[in-house]
Structure formats: C-alpha cells, structure tokens
Design a protein around this ligand. Structure first.
Ligand code: UDP
Ligand code: MG
Length: 314
C-alpha cells in the first residue's frame, strides 16, 4: 500500500486543530486505498497546539509530530516536514483549513496518473482584503518578470509532491527559503487543479505586512540576481547624464563667469548620486547578507521532540 504524508505546519493553532482533525479523519475514512501519515510541525507554538496534537496521537498513531525548539517560520516548518515525512508522496496543508482537504483525493488521482507535482490553484480567495489580494498578484508578476523559470500563478503551498520532488527539495538547504520559487525550480511534471480558497476557520492569521515584505524580498533575491544587474542599468544613463551636465555647467561657468548657480547644481548632483549609491549599496548588501547567512552553515532548524522522543542534535 502506498503511503501519503500530510505535512501540517502549525503555529498557535489550538482553535483550528479540532476542526482540522475532523475533516482529515473524514478524508482518511473516505480514501481507504492508501496508508496515511499526518505529520504536524509545531513551529514553536505558545498555546496548547502541541498538547492537542499529543492527545490526538494517543488515539491514532498515524498522527506524528515534529516539535521545533522555537518559532522558525512556515517555510522552515515545511522543509522539516519533508525531512521527517516517510510517505511515497507528501501534501502540504495549512492548519487553518484554508486549503480544503477534500481536494486531496483529486490530487492523489493525478499523482497516480503520473504527475509529480499536483498544485492547487486559487480561483477565488474568500475573507481576505483586496490589498492582500492585490499585493500578492503584483508579487507574482514581479517575480515572474525577473526570471526565466515559470512561476505558478495564484498558487500557495497546498500541493502534492512525489517522493523524487521531496528528495530534490531536501537537497536545497538554504536558510532563507522561498518555497514558491523552489517548486518551480525543481521542475518535473506539474498539474494545476483549481479551487476556491476558504476563509480561515478559527484563530488569527500569523501573517502581517512586515512578514510579507520580508518574504517578497527573500523570494526575489533568493531566486534571481537580476536586482544586481539593476545597478548596471541604472549606472549607465546616470553616468551619461553626469558627464553631460558637467560639460554644460563648466561651459556655462566659463562663459558667463557665474559661480553660485553651478554650486547649487553641484549640491543637487551630489544629493542625487549619493541617493543612487545608497540604493545600490542596499542591493549589494542584500546579497552580501545572504552570503553571510549561508556561510555560517547553521542547521536551518532545531527540533525539540520527534513524536515522543527528545532530539539530541547529534
Ligand atoms: N505557520 C507556521 N509558522 C509561522 C506562521 C504560520 O507554521 O511562523 C503556519 C500556520 O499555523 C498555518 C500556515 O502556516 O498552518 C499558514 O499560516 P496563516 O494561515 O497564518 O497564513 P495565511 O493563510 O494568512 O497566509
Ligand atoms: Mg491561513
């Protein structure tokens, strides 16, 4: 019998988990041709999330958990899920039921037909502000315009991955992760299925615009070095303008013998170009920061407990 791992990152989800378990149990009763593994990754929750999961595990040993030593973020929780999953394929599922588990049988069907990466594409998103929808749309556009690898539109992390996709992703150990671009990067045979994204069942979203902006910057810089090339594109016209303006100012000064005008212009120029320089330094710094983080070579997460066992980090 083939085994399916459902990976659920959970951060302060005590309110959502009972609803989630009801829906998952229904699913497991319905799809009886497969063995299931439910793998929670408790991402340093401060509420009763872990206790709840342990309760459920007492009744049903198909429920497993990885407990992080602190909050590492959803991206990291996902790779930990892949590390600990034992299935022939894995499905990422949000704990808040924004991704309907009822879609999973369809995903499995396509997997059996030979697709390696079956991802759910949002037709609509209920209960989310227009600003969030708009920014997320723009983000995809920008990311896509910067790279040759095709990025799937309106796609979250809800997807089924074949074992070889799981193994491929496990080889990508960078610490600032952007799964969306990684899913595209690995390639393999992909299939989209559409669904309507539901509002979160209970509890509050863990995202805020600060986190989203960080994710967006990580996404772009981890995926492409084209922002670095921006400096070249910007530098050429500014350099030409600079020379032209200098010639103009010098010629004018020599002719009319005026000083003050040029002095003001120079101040303006200095301000203008130092502005550009600061920006370019920012971009370089961005990449330098990434190199710095990668060269530290730290583990990307630490586990406190896997099922009932303490992790010794050996
Ligand atoms: N999550 C996590 N670690 C975090 C933030 C979120 O594991 O630091 C989990 C969260 O428990 C949920 C999923 O990631 O299962 C999606 O989070 P959320 O619903 O808050 O994000 P949104 O759906 O609003 O984008
Ligand atoms: Mg959510």
């Amino acid at each position: 019998m083939k085994k399916i791992s459902i990976i659920i990152p959970a951060y302060n989800e005590e309110e959502a988990i009972p609803h989630l378990m009801k829906r998952i149990n229904k699913l497991m009763d319905f799809v009886d041709k497969y063995e299931f593994e439910i793998l929670f990754v408790n991402d340093g929750s401060k509420d009763k999330t872990l206790d709840l999961i342990k309760e459920y595990r007492k009744e049903d040993k198909r429920i497993n958990y990885v407990d992080f030593s602190r909050n590492f973020g959803k991206e990291t929780a996902m790779i930990a899920g892949l590390d600990y999953a034992t299935g022939d394929c894995a499905i990422f599922l949000d704990a808040d039921l924004q991704d309907p588990p009822e879609l999973i049988p369809d995903m499995i069907e396509y997997w059996e037909k030979g697709y390696d990466d079956v991802y759910a594409q949002r037709r609509t998103r209920k209960g989310e502000s227009w600003l969030k929808k708009f920014t997320s749309k723009m983000y995809y556009r920008v990311l896509q315009s910067l790279t040759k690898v095709e990025i799937q539109k309106d796609t979250g992390d809800f997807r089924l991955l074949d074992r070889r996709c799981m193994n491929a992703l496990k080889k990508m150990r960078e610490s600032q992760r952007c799964s969306k671009s990684m899913f595209s990067w690995i390639g393999y045979k992909k299939k989209a299925i559409s669904y309507d994204r539901d509002p979160r069942i209970a509890g509050k979203t863990k995202w805020n615009y600060g986190k989203l902006i960080n994710l967006a910057i990580d996404g772009i810089t981890s995926f492409t070095t084209s922002p670095l090339r921006l400096s070249v594109y910007l530098a050429i016209p500014t350099f030409i303008t600079l020379i032209a303006y200098f010639v103009y100012v010098i010629v004018k000064c020599a002719r009319l013998n005026v000083v003050i005008e040029a002095f003001q212009a120079i101040i303006l120029l200095v301000l203008f170009f130092s502005g550009i320089q600061i920006m370019l330094f920012g971009i370089v710094g961005e990449y330098l920061g990434r190199i710095f983080n990668e060269t530290k070579n730290r583990p990307i997460y630490l586990v406190n407990e896997y099922n009932e066992e303490k992790e010794m980090n050996e």
